[in-house]
Design a protein around this ligand. Structure first.
Ligand SMILES: NC(=O)c1ccc[n+]([C@@H]2O[C@H](COP(=O)([O-])OP(=O)(O)OC[C@H]3O[C@@H](n4cnc5c(N)ncnc54)[C@H](OP(=O)(O)O)[C@@H]3O)[C@@H](O)[C@H]2O)c1
Length: 186
């Protein structure tokens, strides 16, 4: 039987942490968490100052979820994660979400991030298969912002701040920016 340690740890796993979630990765490092960043080029999220020893880059691709999960567990020394943030695109997302159940501790907080550039993200959310049953899940839906000069998509900082705020929230669905009226998006 595999030696997977089930106790809650101080590991956070961020899938797709080198783009819009990069500020969130750096905030988690400042919170003294050990942060596993999974991407094809994870070093792009490496901290520039302190916290190098907590930064655990994993080179892996969404298209092979089983290997990706094994790579994550190898990086944590088989410790399960306390936080899991997931940003991945179709068609890999669903299989990846299912496989990633193996990396989280029982008391983990799981934050799937849903983008809105293509279509109303609420549709994708209602179509998703049930993953992470029995875990605390906070779905983070990325909306848009509007002002006097029209509407715009969220910046990386706004997206990352939204994810960090969702970590503190008790609501299962956390919208960053606005979704309505949907036809006014940029
Ligand atoms: N509502 C909104 O405001 C909204 C919603 C969605 C997106 N956006 C914007 O749109 C921009 C583009 O989105 P994006 O999806 O390119 O996000 P991104 O977060 O900028 O980059 C995608 C992330 O996924 C990783 N990745 C991509 N393909 C992968 C693969 N096959 N296997 C493993 N990891 C992979 C990338 O790293 P590697 O390339 O190293 O693998 C990177 O970490 C974002 O910068 C964001 O600002 C805005």
């Amino acid at each position: 039987m595999r030696d997977v340690r089930s106790e809650s740890s101080q590991y956070a796993v961020v899938i797709g942490g080198t783009g819009m979630l990069r500020p969130a990765v750096h905030a988690l490092l400042k919170r003294r968490l050990k942060v596993v960043v999974v991407a094809r080029r994870p070093h792009r999220a490496a901290p520039t100052g302190d916290h190098h020893d907590q930064f655990l880059p994993v080179v892996s691709d969404w298209s092979d979820p089983e290997t990706l999960v094994e790579d994550v567990l190898a990086a944590t020394g088989q410790h399960l994660a306390k936080y899991l943030i997931i940003w991945a695109h179709s068609p890999h997302r669903e299989a990846l979400m299912h496989e990633l159940e193996r990396v989280v501790a029982q008391d983990a907080l799981v934050l799937p991030v849903w983008g809105s550039a293509g279509r109303d993200p609420r549709e994708a959310l209602t179509e998703q298969a049930d993953s992470f049953a029995g875990h605390r899940v906070r779905h983070v839906i990325l909306g848009y912002l509007s002002g006097v000069n029209g509407s715009r998509w969220l910046t990386h900082t706004e997206i990352s701040t939204g994810v960090l705020n969702a970590m503190e929230s008790t609501r299962e669905i956390h919208v960053v920016g606005r979704l309505d009226p949907w036809d006014r998006h940029p």
